[in-house]
Design a binder for this molecule. Structure first.
Ligand code: FE
Length: 324
């Protein structure tokens, strides 16, 4: 209990798969501003299984995780409950939360273009990845990786399955190497002149440029510039971290209060600093290393719609032999 906090105030129990170092400043900020104490259970994985096993007696109030697929999975397993909060609805764009309030995005990561530093590229459309002018010049990780499955699913939402197949086939024939490795390898291979452009997540650039990934990664990141691509008829594809109130939350009021804090200006600024993520709230400050990319305009496709096309996207990857 913090000094000054009312002795009668309840605690709130947070279950999260996020790293402790990332979440600690947010917990401290909430405890300080609310007087509510946060008890945290850090899980590497198996969050849904744990809450499910605990059943009605689960002490969990707030469930926080990364990736919209994991958030939707919690809803489908019946582990969350509806939350109606004008503050959350104002802070979190509609496409980045559950329509019934079962979860809310709290931070964003964008699927961006890494390009060789000297390339004359100021804007880019995802559709252009299939342009034959990039033949033998594109690097990307496996098509079956969840990051790419989500991108392809979003492409299907925008253009339909036939055009998506043609696009993926075109992209496949533009690859400089097998679709494999990690996102940071795109920067590494641009430095090594294996490829000229590639697709990877935004926050890795912050991690590499800050030196947190070591001197080699700093060099990889120096070899690239980042362009925020958009769909021809949309914005930049994003994934999220987010949270929802647990179905059997013993302290629902405090959990909602915590969620509202996480979407506040103060907490959104902490998010931006901790992991080179984008705040979910429009206009919130972004880390300078990320701000350099320009202003992010997240695609308007509801994440719940992208989730529905994931299976189709994965089948498409298989069909065109993308990872072969
Ligand atoms: Fe990642």
């Amino acid at each position: 209990m913090l000094a000054g906090a009312s002795a009668a105030s309840a605690d709130v129990n947070l279950y999260t798969t996020r790293e402790a170092g990332l979440i600690q400043p947010l917990i401290e900020g909430f405890e300080k501003s609310s007087g509510v104490k946060v008890n945290t259970v850090f899980l590497k994985d198996g969050l849904a299984e744990r809450v499910k096993a605990e059943g009605e007696k689960s002490p969990a109030d707030l469930l926080m995780t990364v990736d919209f697929v994991a958030l939707i999975d919690l809803v489908e397993k019946g582990l969350t409950q509806k939350v109606a909060s004008p503050a959350l609805e104002a802070a979190v764009p509609a496409q980045l939360r559950d329509p019934e309030g079962h979860w809310f995005a709290l931070s964003l990561r964008a699927r961006v273009l890494y390009a060789a530093k000297d390339l004359d590229l100021k804007s880019f459309k995802y559709e252009e990845l299939a342009d034959p002018k990039w033949k033998g010049k594109v690097c990307i990780r496996a098509g079956q990786h969840p990051y790419n499955v989500a991108l392809i699913a979003d492409y299907i939402v925008h253009h339909g399955p036939e055009k998506a197949e043609a696009w993926l086939t075109g992209l496949k024939s533009n690859l400089a190497r097998k679709a494999a490795g990690g996102d940071r390898d795109v920067a590494k291979d641009i430095l090594g002149a294996v490829c000229e452009i590639g697709v990877a997540n935004s926050y890795y650039v912050g991690a590499m440029r800050s030196g947190k990934g070591g001197p080699d990664q700093e060099k990889w990141a120096q070899a690239i510039k980042v362009v925020l691509p958009t769909f021809e008829n949309g914005g930049t594809q994003v994934n999220v971290s987010g949270a929802g109130v647990a179905k059997h939350a013993p302290n629902k009021a405090e959990a909602v209060k915590f969620l509202e804090y996480l979407a506040s200006d103060e907490a959104q600024a902490i998010y931006a600093k901790a992991n080179y993520e984008y705040p979910v709230k429009a206009g919130a400050a972004v880390d300078p290393l990320i701000a350099e990319f320009g202003t992010l305009s997240p695609d308007k496709t509801p994440l719940t719609e992208i989730a529905k096309r994931r299976k189709e996207a994965s089948q498409l990857v298989e069909k065109v032999g993308f990872d072969q």
